[in-house]
Design a protein. Structure first.
Length: 318
């Protein structure tokens, strides 16, 4: 019997009670770690911040490769990424990507200050975005095919000005629930500040052109299909299409550069040139800074803001 045991041990190796050899677990890739961290952090930041971090991560992976590990990212890697971005995006976009990437790396325990010491993460001052009133009138009087994408872009641009420079993100998300007692009342997505806009006939005219009973939104940019996780993708697509149509509109009709920001800057610029008090402008735009201005703004009546907006409408010929 003893002979048999020895023979079996010889053929089948170690006894079943012996320790197993350790199997090394491969380190997760930086993309895996960063993706989990961005998802984990999404509920405590604005959707735009999460979107920026995901875009920055995808861009970095395009440069560094999908298999790079966190431990392999050095200051030289980041400097190379900055140079890679310089050939692909404008400086302010590159700075945004670098800031977003640094934020993710810091949360993962990396030394962001050391990694980014040789690159620039500060944006550069952009040129004036507002357009002169004569160009706004030209846009208003363009003869465009009703129902075309170009006409929608033109009307959206004008509506943004008429609604006191409302940002596109807020404009695109307006629903019937925001319409109350002859006003559009919404909270800015960026700051949470409530803004009230009197619905003048020129505003109602544009809303009536595009609102549909089958959709909750006042403008046809977003879908209410109810699919989870599609909201931000729909918005980003809508913003990209809107800016593309504005660029085409400007190119075809000899206008200055137009973007989704131009309408907001134009309303503020026109108001200021017409002598509107800076406090009224700040309240209309839903600004929160500076704090000293906000303390004064709270004492202003909404009728003053509405009158300032009517003055601009009158100047534009509405």
């Amino acid at each position: 019997m003893r002979f048999i045991q020895i023979t079996l041990s010889h053929f089948f190796g170690k006894k079943s009670g012996s320790k197993k050899e350790k199997v090394s677990t491969p380190l997760p890739t930086f993309k895996e770690m960063a993706s989990r961290e961005i998802d984990r952090h999404a509920h405590v930041v604005r959707p735009k911040t999460t979107a920026n971090e995901r875009t920055a991560l995808n861009s970095f992976m395009g440069y560094a490769g999908m298999d790079i590990k966190l431990k392999d990212i050095t200051a030289d890697t980041i400097r190379g990424f900055e140079a890679w971005l310089a050939d692909r995006v404008v400086p302010n976009t590159a700075a945004c990507y670098l800031r977003s990437l640094r934020s993710v790396l810091n949360r993962l325990g990396a030394d962001g200050k050391e990694l980014f010491r040789q690159v620039s993460t500060s944006g550069k001052k952009t040129r004036k975005r507002a357009v002169d009133i004569k160009f706004v009138k030209t846009i208003k009087n363009l003869q465009l095919e009703e129902g075309s994408k170009e006409a929608l872009a033109r009307d959206t641009f004008l509506l943004s000005i008429l609604c006191m420079g409302i940002p596109f993100v807020d404009l695109a998300h307006l629903t019937r629930h925001h319409v109350r007692d002859g006003h559009i009342v919404y909270r800015r997505m960026k700051t949470g500040v409530e803004v009230s806009i009197a619905i003048e006939p020129c505003i109602q005219h544009i809303i009536d052109k595009y609102s549909k009973q089958s959709q909750p939104y006042l403008l046809p940019f977003l879908s209410s299909d109810g699919r989870k996780g599609t909201g931000m993708r729909h918005y980003q697509t809508a913003l990209c299409n809107y800016n593309h149509q504005l660029k085409m509109l400007a190119d075809r009709h000899g206008l200055p550069k137009l973007t989704s920001y131009t309408a907001r800057h134009t309303w503020a610029s026109l108001s200021y040139k017409m002598g509107t008090h800076i406090g009224i402008i700040s309240k209309a735009l839903g600004h929160t800074n500076p704090q000293t201005t906000m303390k004064y703004i709270k004492e202003l009546d909404d009728s003053e803001v509405e009158q300032a907006n009517r003055d601009i409408m009158s100047t534009l010929g509405y």
